[in-house]
Design a protein around this ligand. Structure first.
Ligand SMILES: [Zn+2]
Length: 129
């Protein structure tokens, strides 16, 4: 249910923003999703549809941009995009220490890509009659 709670918080935030701008209908929500959130885009879209039902978000398009995770190495000071072991499923790989791509050390820390956020929403604004 990871994706469902994420979808609910996206819907909530989008609705809030839409209300602030007097939107009558939201047509698209653009989000950035970090690699280390392990959110499955298809699942997220599906849950977004459910969570947005009967709101002005109903039928809105969810556009997901993936953001690469950032790793920091405490051995050599490397900081950059992570390289995961492709043989491991991501849900398991997160619990295995990620190796530093520079020195191969495993005293690494995930410093980016653990969050998801709305970059913008596209909406129709109601005309004040
Ligand atoms: Zn290193």
């Amino acid at each position: 249910m990871h994706e469902f709670s994420a979808a609910c918080s996206i819907v909530e935030t989008a609705l809030q923003a839409a209300r602030q701008h007097n939107a009558i209908k939201v047509t698209a929500v653009n989000i950035e999703v970090g690699e280390f959130t392990f959110l499955v885009p298809e699942q997220l879209e599906f849950n977004f549809e459910i969570a947005g039902k009967d709101t002005i978000l109903e039928g809105a398009q969810l556009n997901i941009s993936k953001v690469r995770g950032v790793l920091k190495c405490h051995d050599c000071g490397f900081e950059g995009v992570s390289e995961q072991d492709p043989s491991l499923p991501p849900q398991i790989a997160v619990f295995a220490p990620l190796k530093c791509p520079k020195c191969g050390g495993s005293s690494t820390e995930i410093v980016g890509g653990k969050e998801f956020f709305i970059t913008n929403i596209e909406a129709e604004i109601g005309s004040s009659e």
